[in-house]
Design a protein around this ligand. Structure first.
Ligand SMILES: [Zn+2]
Length: 113
C-alpha cells in the first residue's frame, strides 16, 4: 500500500503555490503520468498529492474518467474537487490531445514523470 505523501497543495493559500510547483509552460512531450492534488474529505488535509497515470484522468478516446470526475470548487468550497494541471496526452489515434485541467490555471506540466 502506497503511503500518501505530504501535499504541497494543502491549505488555501498554498493551493496556487502547489500548482506552480507542478506546472510550467508547455514544451514537453505527452505524459504518461501527472501529479495532481486529489481531494480528500478531511478538512485538516483537504488534498493529497498523487502521481497518477493519465488513464485515471482521461482515456485515449477523450472520455473523462477517475480523478477528472472529482469535480467541485477549490477548498474551502463545499464538496471541493481535485486540482489537475493542463497536460497533453496521446489520444487513441496516436495524435496529441490536451486535457484542459481541473481547478487549475492554464499551465502545463513540464516534466515527464
Ligand atoms: Zn481525485
Amino acid at each position: 500500500m502506497r503511503r500518501p505523501v505530504a501535499c504541497s497543495c494543502v491549505g488555501v493559500g498554498l493551493v496556487a503555490l502547489g500548482l506552480v510547483a507542478i506546472a510550467a509552460p508547455a514544451t514537453a512531450a505527452p505524459h504518461d503520468k501527472v501529479t495532481i492534488c486529489h481531494a480528500d474529505s478531511d478538512v485538516k488535509k483537504p488534498y493529497v498529492e498523487e502521481t497518477v497515470d493519465v488513464d485515471s484522468i482521461v482515456l485515449p478516446d477523450g472520455t473523462l474518467t477517475g480523478h477528472s470526475l472529482h469535480t467541485g470548487p477549490i477548498f474551502p468550497g463545499a464538496d471541493w474537487g481535485d486540482i489537475i494541471p493542463v497536460f497533453d496526452y496521446t489520444n487513441s489515434g496516436g495524435g496529441i490531445s490536451t486535457y484542459p485541467g481541473l481547478n487549475a490555471t492554464a499551465r502545463r506540466v513540464s516534466s515527464t514523470l
